[in-house]
Design a protein around this ligand. Structure first.
Ligand SMILES: CC/C=C\C/C=C\CCCC/C=C/C(=O)SCCNC(=O)CCNC(=O)[C@H](O)C(C)(C)COP(=O)(O)OP(=O)(O)OC[C@H]1O[C@@H](n2cnc3c(N)ncnc32)[C@H](O)[C@@H]1OP(=O)(O)O
Length: 300
């Protein structure tokens, strides 16, 4: 991994990168990884695995805002599972290929005016993505290079370490209550495991979107770095995590996360039933419809 960084630094200093269109530290890391094995090319997510370092970089590339649709979540779970089974992979960096957004969270259209059967399928995909990422034995680092509300924040919180662009216009948090909906208990558990009970209580009730500096202050993210350095800093952090013997780190991770995972495993079906009955309520559909309208108005 340090060879990656040395190479990035060399390129940046030599000015070669500045001759590339749209080049910066972020693209340096991406270009380096891209020169390695293209692991998977699906329409919404790109994964490159560096066979020398064992580090995969997963880039979300689903315009306009990397919302977590059924298709996106399915691709995501498949990719994480594939990497999990690959013994040559030791770590995964998750980032966005789009400007200004890491992920806009769950795709609201998947929860709006659809059939109960669709809600079941969608929620299973949300659960599956969480099980795969939260339960991953690999080192997972979120390189958060844009806004990351709700489900986007959940994905980041599932990782072992979070690095965010220090842009004060970017925010992250579980803002569900602002939409008139309620984050399920395992979203809450995941946040509580990151920032503790009190901050989760405030953050969840208020549907708080933390600015990048606020997120650092409460421990929702671990580091803020200039936007162009988010991916290279993630690579640097990864090298520290990979210096620990895998078996010892993996057992420690599993020890910390197993109770949270077991809790959803035990309530998986009930959680789906809850989601379907909650989402199907007229009042919830009305709230989601109004929120989508608000997003559109804000745009015009
Ligand atoms: C008791 C409980 C039991 C069970 C549980 C029950 C219930 C439900 C739990 C559900 C948990 C939900 C989790 C979620 O993730 S909900 C999603 C929350 N997300 C948001 O609030 C983010 C909304 N989006 C934004 O704030 C901005 O889009 C963003 C990300 C800051 C980017 O801003 P910008 O670049 O300016 O882009 P636009 O706002 O112009 O958006 C472009 C385009 O995308 C559409 N869009 C945005 N976000 C979403 C989304 N999440 N889903 C679908 N579509 C989205 C937006 O409307 C624009 O569309 P247009 O047609 O106008 O181009």
């Amino acid at each position: 991994m340090s060879s990656i960084l040395r190479r990035c630094t060399k390129l940046t200093h030599s000015g070669i990168l500045s001759m590339l269109p749209g080049s910066n530290g972020r693209s340096c890391a991406l270009q380096y990884f891209a020169s390695e094995k293209r692991y998977s090319t699906s329409s919404k997510i790109k994964v490159d695995l560096d066979s020398n370092t064992g580090v995969a970089i997963m880039q979300f590339q689903s315009p306009p805002v990397n919302s977590l649709s059924l298709d996106f979540l399915t691709e995501f779970a498949i990719n994480i599972e594939k990497l999990e089974l690959d013994r040559s992979c030791r770590g995964v960096i998750i980032t966005s290929a789009l400007p200004k957004v890491f992920s806009a969270g769950l795709d609201i259209l998947e929860m709006y005016q659809k059939s109960p059967e669709h809600y079941v399928e969608f929620w299973k995909a949300v659960q599956e993505a969480w099980f795969k990422l939260y339960g991953s034995s690999k080192v997972t680092i979120a390189a958060i290079n844009g806004n990351s509300p709700a489900g986007g924040c959940l994905l980041a919180m599932c990782c072992d370490y979070r690095i965010m662009a220090e842009n004060p216009r970017y925010s992250i948090g579980l803002n569900e209550t602002q939409l008139g909906i309620v984050a399920p208990f395992w979203f809450k558990d995941t946040m509580q495991n990151v920032v503790g009970h009190r901050e989760t209580e405030k953050g969840l009730q208020l549907g708080k979107l933390y600015t990048a500096p606020e997120a650092l202050k409460v421990g929702l993210v671990d580091e803020l770095v200039p936007e162009e350095k988010v991916v290279s800093s993630a690579a640097e952090a990864m090298s520290k995590w990979l210096a620990i013997p895998d078996h010892a780190r993996q057992l420690s991770k599993s020890m910390m996360r197993k109770p949270t995972i077991d809790r959803l495993l035990a309530a998986r079906e009930a959680d789906i039933t809850n989601f379907v009955s909650f989402t199907s309520k007229d009042s919830i559909q009305k709230s989601l419809g109004m929120y989508m309208e608000m997003l559109k108005k804000r745009r015009s």
